[in-house]
Design a protein around this ligand. Sequence first.
Ligand SMILES: N[C@@H](CCC(=O)N[C@@H](CS)C(=O)NCC(=O)O)C(=O)O
Length: 211
Amino acid sequence: MDMYFAPLACSLASRITAYEAGLPMRFVQVDMETKQTSEGDDFFALNAMGQVPTLRADDGTLLTENPVVLQFLADSKPESGLAPNGGMARYRLQQWLNFIATELHKAVFIPLLDPKATEDGKAYALSKAKRPLDRLQAHLDGREFLLDGFTVADAYLLAVLNWTRATTMNLAAWPAIATYYRTLLKRPAVAKAVAEEFALYKEEQARRQAA
Ligand SMILES: N[C@@H](CCC(=O)N[C@@H](CS)C(=O)NCC(=O)O)C(=O)O
């Protein structure tokens, strides 16, 4: 499997998932400014949206969209327990994946992280954060994970919460979320994935400054 990723982007969830499940994966870095892959390919030719994560499965199939890619990875190693096999638990997983994708990732964090967003735009995005974060705070209070054990939804939420480091978002107002985030960062697969991508992020920044 090939995973097209950008350091510390939402594709971090796929790296965490691969490490948690012990899935063999070849990571191909994408420069999000030039949309060139580290192999010299035009990323738009692979994904017309130019977005990570983009997965090439072993049979050559291309898959996009975090909630889908993450479930595909979990289902590639069912014994990992990273996604419930079916029934209501699977719908709950999908509920959280969609919640993270729409209410947090796209609605709140993308505008907060976008250097082209205006201050008004960022303030509006921040104002949209309270309701989903209150909802998450209530759910995570007294819980270690979104479901009964660690799943791909936790990998995705970790990748999104990790962006608080680069924004004005302060998790102090949501202590259960802050504790959840800090605790997840200590999981070996998470710590390894975050450390590796942080190093790649720094390298990318240095390359851009030198150019
Ligand atoms: N709908 C996509 C969105 C993925 C996405 O927003 N990826 C960001 C990185 S976190 C990206 O590639 N942004 C570059 C762009 O939109 O040009 C998904 O759920 O996978």
